[in-house]
Design a protein around this ligand. Structure first.
Ligand SMILES: CC(C)(COP(=O)(O)OP(=O)(O)OC[C@H]1O[C@@H](n2cnc3c(N)ncnc32)[C@H](O)[C@@H]1OP(=O)(O)O)[C@@H](O)C(=O)NCCC(=O)NCCS
Length: 131
């Protein structure tokens, strides 16, 4: 059964609508396309915290809870859940607003990714100290 939800009230990191080129012949969006968008969304708070360049070092978990269809309006919510010396771990949750009059909202994906702050030689660098 599909859960009926509201979008979270917090700001989303990214909002995008998948197009036919992002899906198979049945209109189901490729998992790899969703993973790429999740990676981008997660990198936004990670780059802000790092005050610069980051590289994705790990996809710790990734769950496709519901399918995504061409024409869904996808909203990506990205929150830092952990920081280390050089790393930032981010939780990303993705909600789809289906293209229907019913304004159906479905949580489609949740993932945890770790990013590492890197210097101009692509080596790990310490996160800046927060005031
Ligand atoms: C990111 C990169 C520069 C890190 O260099 P490294 O020498 O492997 O890193 P380190 O072993 O010093 O670890 C750096 C941080 O990552 C963390 N880390 C390492 N392996 C991890 C894993 N499997 N899961 C989560 N965190 C991990 C470490 O705990 C450390 O965090 P901390 O400093 O906060 O304690 C290097 O691994 C790299 O270039 N990877 C490729 C990145 C890339 O191309 N990503 C795009 C995907 S194709």
């Amino acid at each position: 059964m599909t859960d009926l939800l509201q979008l979270p009230s917090k700001p989303c990191a990214l909002r995008v609508m998948p197009q036919p080129a992002d899906a198979n012949i049945h209109g189901d969006v490729f998992g790899g396309w969703i993973m790429a968008q999740v990676d981008i969304a997660g990198s936004i708070p990670a780059s802000r915290r790092a005050n610069g360049r980051v590289a994705t070092i790990a996809v710790n978990s990734f769950l496709f809870k519901q399918p995504v269809f061409v024409g869904d309006l996808l909203s990506f919510y990205a929150d830092i859940v952990k920081t280390g010396n050089t790393s930032v771990t981010v939780s990303v949750e993705v909600y789809a607003q289906r293209m229907s009059l019913a304004q159906e909202v479905v949580k489609v994906t949740e993932a945890i990714l770790t990013y590492v702050a890197t210097d101009s030689d692509r080596r790990p660098r310490a996160l800046p100290v927060l005031d």
